[in-house]
Structure formats: C-alpha cells, structure tokens
Ligand binder design. Structure first.
Ligand code: NOJ
Length: 743
C-alpha cells in the first residue's frame, strides 16, 4: 500500500483504492487505459514532452526553475541528461507532486558505456562477435541503470557507406546483415532480461531512417535514395532492432526524398507502426520537430507539431512544439484526440512495463550505484572486448607479436600517453579519468615491467604543422630495437557533427612515420580513429599496422596484450577503407553495371576512375591474425535447391600458421540474374571458429530461401528462381566460390 502512495493514485484516494484492489489483476493495457481516462488533454500532451536537464552545483535545474513547475503541473513526460541517483530522485519527487503522479523517464546517450567506457560501436562491430557486443551493452545498462538512467538513446543502427560522416563511429558499418545481427545484440544487451528489471535500460534504435546516407557525408544533410535501397540496405537493422524488442525508436534529422524523417508518415506510420507492428514509442531527435521549419516543411511550430504528430512522432525532444501547439491543434480539430491518445498510450505502456508506476524510485538506489562505481569485473570485460575489436591490417615478416624480451622499445606519437583520447566521442568524463584510463604507455609498461627500456617521444601533436619534435623521435627510434608509433585523429573528430572532408591522418603524422622509418628500425603503427582513415604511405611501407579505433578505459592493457602476443587479433573490418576521398562511397555490395571493371588492368571504358585502383585500400570483412587460415574444399550438398529444400554449403578451414587463433568465416551470395539488378555479393552468414595451430574444421552454412530474397521491381520481398553463386572466405575479397540454382 505504501508503494502506491508514491504513485499515480496516491493523491486520489478513492480512485487509488479502486486501483490498488484491481491493479494486480489488470494487464498493462488495462492499466494504461485506466490512467488515460483520468488525464486532461494538457496532461496527455505533457507526457509527449521531453526536456534536457540543466544542472549546476546547487540543485536540480536551477537555471530554469520553470521546468520544475512544469514537472509539477504534469507538463513533462521525460528528461534527458539527468543522471545520478540523487538528481533523478530529486526530479522524480517533483513529479510525484503532480496531480496524477505519473513518473518521469530519464534518458541518456549510453552509447558505449557509462562508467566503464567500452570500444566505440564501430570498433565493437569489428569483433563480429554478437555475444560480446551484447555483453558490452549489458554492462553499460547495468552501470547506467544503477545511476538512475532508465533509457538509452542507443543503439545507432544507421548503415554508413561514407567515412566522412562523423557518426560512422556510432554504428556497425556498411552492411545490413552484420548491422542487423549487431542491432539485435545491442537491444538485447541493453534490455537484459526485460523491462522492469532494475538493470534494464529501454533501448532506442536510431535514427529512423536513412540518416547515415547524408549526401556528401555532411551531418544532418538530405538523403535521396530509392525505395529498394532503403528497404534492402538501410531499414533491415531497424527491423531487427524492433524484432529484438526495442522499446523505442528515435527519428532523424534528415529529410528522406524531400520529407523530413520526423514528419514522415511513410516511415513511421506505414512501415514502423503499420507493417512492423511496433508497439513502443518514437521520440524525435533533439529539436527535430522544430527543425522542420528550417527544412521548409512547416511554416511554424504549429505546423511542425501537426506534421510530426500526424506522422507518428510520439515524444518531442526539446523543440517544445508539442507543448506549445498540440492543445490548440486538438481544439481546432486539426489533430484528432485518438492520435494523442495513441502516442500517450505508447509512452505510458513503457512506464508501466518499466515498473515505474509501482515504484517511481526503483532506479534510485545509492547502494547499487556505489557498487557499480568501481566494478573490477566490468573493467576485465572491457579489456576482453577491446582486444576483440582491434583489426590487424598488416604484419609483414611476422613482425608481430613482439618478443617480451625486447630490450629497448621506442614509443612515438601523440597517442602514446593520451588519456581521454582513448575513449572516443559519446563518453563521459569522470574525475578519476587520469587514474582509471590505462594509457598505451602504461599498458606496455604494465606488460613488460622492468624487462624493457621504454623510450618516449611524442614527435608531433595530432594536428601539428610543425616537425620540431621529429628529431627527438628519430633519436629514440635509433636507440631502440623496435618502434611502436601511435597515431590517429582526435577522439572528438568523429561523432555527431564531426564530418570531415579530409580523412587522411591529420597534420604531419604521416611525415613522422616516414622520418622514423628512415632509421631502418622495424616499425609497428597503431591507428586510433573513429572512422576509416587514409594512410597510404604508412600502409605501403610500414611492416605492421593495428587499427585500434577507440578502445575505452582499458585501451592500454588491451593493446599491450596484442602487441606482445597474449591475445591474437581476430577482428574484421565492418566497413571498406577507401584509398582517397574521391573513391567514396566505396562498398563491397555494389551492382555490377553494364561495364564492370574486373581488375586494375581492365578498367578503361569501365565503371572505374582512370586515375585510381578499382579496389578499396582494405576491403570489408578484412582482418589478419597471427595465425594463418587457408580455405579449401568448398562444396554444396546439392547444386540446386527448392524453396522448401535448403542446401548446405561447407568449406574446410585450416590453421596453417604458428599460433592458435580465431577466424570469422564469411558467407556471401550473388544472384546472377534478377528482375532487378543484384549486388555482386551480399553477406548472408558468418561464423566465428577457434582453431589450434595445424587444426582443420569444416564449417557449414544452411542456404535457405530467405537468404535469396530481395525486393523485386514491385518491392515485393521474394526469391526468384535462377542461378546463384556462393562465396566463402575470410573477407569480402578472397573467396572460394561454388554455383547453384534455385528451381
Ligand atoms: C542528437 C543526436 O542526433 C542523438 O543521437 C542523440 O541521442 C540526441 N542528440 C540526444 O543527445
């Protein structure tokens, strides 16, 4: 009974008594309806309104005391960027002073960790390890939920084919199949055993839709694409997120073929809430309802609110278009009350499922918050996940792993002693960051102890134009047995609004590599970045390259494990690496065209540049290991299949190297002739296997009809009889193939 005093029905005693007696027996839908019946129009609109929290040392939202009054009046359903048990409790207490005592929802961008920072999502995607990715989201959710957060604005499931776009770092790369598997894993990780548990966050798949296809890679830009590309490439990860139970979706800033996503009925009403039967709610992106005025799609906030609510945007993040206009729109008959009720019902449903009506303070537990603050187990998991995220791009003459007995090692570059630059965009600062985050220097020192002499020279800053520090770096290199150079882009150069036209290694860093290489010492390069960078000289001349992305709190220890052979790298690129910006967009699952270029010596009068290779610098799916894997004996259980008779494709993988190791076996399919043209290959399966040195394993994939389906000229999703090829291998370029047909 006491619990209920704190909730919606505590103040209205007679209603409360009725509710308490029947609540247990009611379904969530009945509970939602019974609340809805009590609400005034203004209270309903309040639930559709979300504000950012402004905090200062003296208490909650003191910069805008009016927000507190609005909460008290029931004019606010949710807040973002308010964390910590103390803060969320203070605001929830104010919500409990409102007439109906509807609890607030607290949302935050928990993108790759909260207290423990995990690798950026693109790095984690390189692991192709959905169990690991799920674990990372699980831990992030546990830590954030212990700090009063109930809802994360993640995962970002936008496909990205343009590395100039700063937000490639937040997603899973260019492929819809891999992207869908990872989207589902992240949703399941965040939501844990289900909403209602105190360690589960509501997930929010974003940005619906096609935000990753911004023209020219400029953030927030327009998107112009065919329905087929939308359905085949950009929507599948969203559908996978919905199927995995994502509680919410966020729409996006871009317009799609002329209609802003926020006001797009086709996307939100027809596809999401219609075809996919999504029962959660849609939150706008920050201010995106109001931004439809800038788009030239709405004259003012009144029209913007009308377009957005009609299109199916249920909650307004920070534009205040709903709170200022919806009531008038309803009273003037422009918006039917059923639309408002539908949006509010969706929001209340989640609040009930979260158990917030039973106990609005269930996420406010100081002791739990404290327990998660320094959780050593989470740090161990972070290190393991970081190791799985590092891609070995080159390893000539088996330079790696380095011998732990190496006497003198020169550590050169602007990232060797970097602290927060190990984390990447969308990570939180904590007062003890300098103690907690393991720098790369520390990691190597931890690994080697006093065995080795470590020489350090920064060489240059990240975006330096000066070579003044080169002499010291060259001197250190000369005195060393091996040089480890740590280079890259600043961690806030990727992320939201961080588009770059030039994605080369910044400043004079590549000049530094040349200068250090001139010493003739063996050089290992680590590249820290949130996107594929261009570093052709380094790629062509340096013996060993590890693409570390941004690895998080334990970056230094994870990198040291890989450098010195305590972990054998296993990651594979989830996105193609271009040779120049002029090659963008470059992606592996392109069409063949009428004049396909087949090699660099066959590219004239072909769909190719006359002055550039047809190949990316590093292809999708690529990544080496200290082991070596050979593929042989590809065969099919039958060379023809029927819709109801799947066939099996099998390949033998052998570890012919000197180390035990993990390989990601990738399956691609090509439909040779279709009623619409089909990609040269499409990822349709992958498996991770572990092979001891000398060991062989047979790996099999089932090819069923679903793997052959596509959107035909009528946009019907179906397979067409005819000829196909399957390809299996360790990346999208080096593959074994076999033909088959669908009867
Ligand atoms: C804008 C970003 O586009 C979105 O991804 C994020 O969740 C919101 N801001 C809230 O921070």
């Amino acid at each position: 009974m006491k619990k209920f005093r704190n909730n919606l029905f505590g103040s209205l005693l007679s209603i409360s008594t009725f509710f308490v007696c029947t609540a247990q027996r009611k379904t969530v839908e009945q509970k939602v309806d019974s609340v809805l019946r009590l609400m005034t129009l203004d209270e309903k609109i309040g639930q559709m309104n979300q504000y950012n929290g402004d905090w200062d040392a003296t208490g909650p939202i003191t910069k805008d005391g009016d927000k507190q009054n609005q909460i008290r009046k029931g004019m606010l359903g949710s807040m973002l960027n308010v964390t910590g048990v103390e803060h969320t409790r203070q605001l929830q207490e104010i919500a409990m002073e409102s007439r109906l005592k509807i609890p607030l929802l607290f949302g935050q961008d928990i993108i790759h960790g909260y207290r423990t920072i995990f690798p950026i999502p693109l790095a984690e995607a390189s692991s192709w390890d959905t169990a690991t990715i799920r674990l990372s989201a699980r831990i992030a959710a546990t830590e954030a939920a212990a700090a009063g957060v109930q809802w994360t604005f993640a995962p970002m499931v936008d496909i990205a084919r343009d590395p100039r776009w700063g937000r490639v770092m937040e997603g899973a790369g260019e492929d819809p199949y891999l992207g869908s598997a990872i989207a589902a894993a992240r949703v399941r990780g965040f939501q844990g055993k289900g909403l209602g548990n105190t360690d589960a966050l509501m997930a929010c798949a974003k940005h619906f839709a096609a935000y990753g296809a911004a023209i020219g890679g400029r953030d927030y830009n327009s998107v112009d694409m065919s329905d087929r590309t939308l359905f085949e490439i950009y929507l599948p990860p969203f559908q996978a997120a919905v199927d995995a139970g994502a509680a919410t979706l966020m729409n996006s800033f871009n317009d799609l073929n002329g209609v802003p996503a926020t006001g797009n009925r086709f996307l939100q009403r027809d596809i999401l809430k219609g075809n996919w039967k999504f029962k959660g709610f849609v939150v706008s992106d920050w201010g995106s309802i109001g931004e439809m005025i800038n788009h030239g799609f709405a004259k003012d906030g009144y029209e913007a609110a009308l377009e957005a609510v009609t299109a199916g945007s249920d909650m307004d993040m920070e534009s205040r278009s709903y709170i200022n206009n919806l009531s008038r729109l309803v009273k003037e008959g422009k918006v039917k009350i059923q639309l408002i009720d539908d949006a509010v019902r969706r929001i209340l449903r989640k609040k009930f499922e979260m158990g917030l009506f039973d106990d609005p303070f269930k996420f406010c537990n100081k002791e739990r918050e404290q327990r998660q603050w320094n959780n050593a187990e989470n740090l161990r998991a972070e290190k393991m996940i970081a190791e799985k995220s590092v891609v070995l791009l080159k390893n000539e003459n088996h330079l790696l792993p380095l011998n732990k007995q190496t006497k003198t090692i020169a550590l050169v570059g602007p990232f060797v002693k970097a602290v927060r630059d190990n984390l990447g965009f969308w990570s939180y600062s904590w007062p003890d960051d300098t103690v907690r985050i393991v720098t790369q220097f520390q990691g190597i020192e931890n690994k080697l102890g006093t065995n080795a002499r470590l020489l350090y020279a920064k060489g240059c800053e990240i975006n330096d134009s000066s070579q003044a520090g080169f002499a010291e770096a060259i001197e250190a290199a000369k005195r060393a047995d091996v040089v480890i150079m740590s280079l890259g882009e600043a961690s806030d150069w990727s992320g939201e609004a961080k588009s770059r036209s030039n994605i080369h290694l910044p400043g004079v860093q590549e000049e530094l590599v040349k200068a250090v290489s001139m010493t003739g010492k063996p050089v290992v390069v680590l590249i820290n970045a949130g996107r594929p960078l261009i570093f052709n000289w380094t790629a062509d001349h340096v013996a060993a390259i590890l693409y570390t992305w941004w690895l998080g709190t334990e970056a230094g220890d994870a990198i040291a494990d890989i450098l010195f052979g305590d972990y054998n790298p296993s990651a594979k690129l989830p996105i193609s690496f271009p040779r120049t910006e002029g090659q963008i967009p470059i992606y592996y699952n392109h069409f063949n065209t009428g004049r396909p270029a087949t090699s660099d010596s066959d590219r004239f009068y072909r769909s190719a540049y006359i002055d550039l290779s047809i190949y990316p610098k590093f292809p999708f799916g690529f990544g080496l290991s200290y082991a070596e894997f050979t593929y042989s004996n590809i065969h099919l259980s039958s060379s023809s299949m029927r819709a109801n008779q799947p066939i099996k494709a099998t390949v033998t993988v052998t570890n012919t190297g000197n180390y035990d190791g993990e390989e990601t076996v990738q399956l691609y399919i090509q439909d040779l002739v279709g009623s619409v043209v089909r990609p040269v290959k499409e990822l349709k399966g992958f498996q991770k296997i572990f092979l001891k040195k000398g060991e062989s394993k047979q790996v099999s994939f089932t090819i069923d009809i679903d793997k052959l389906k596509f959107y035909n000229s009528q946009l019907k999703y179906q397979a067409e009889p005819g000829d196909f090829k399957i390809y299996i291998g360790g990346n999208s370029r080096d593959l074994q193939e076999a033909p088959f047909s669908l009867k």
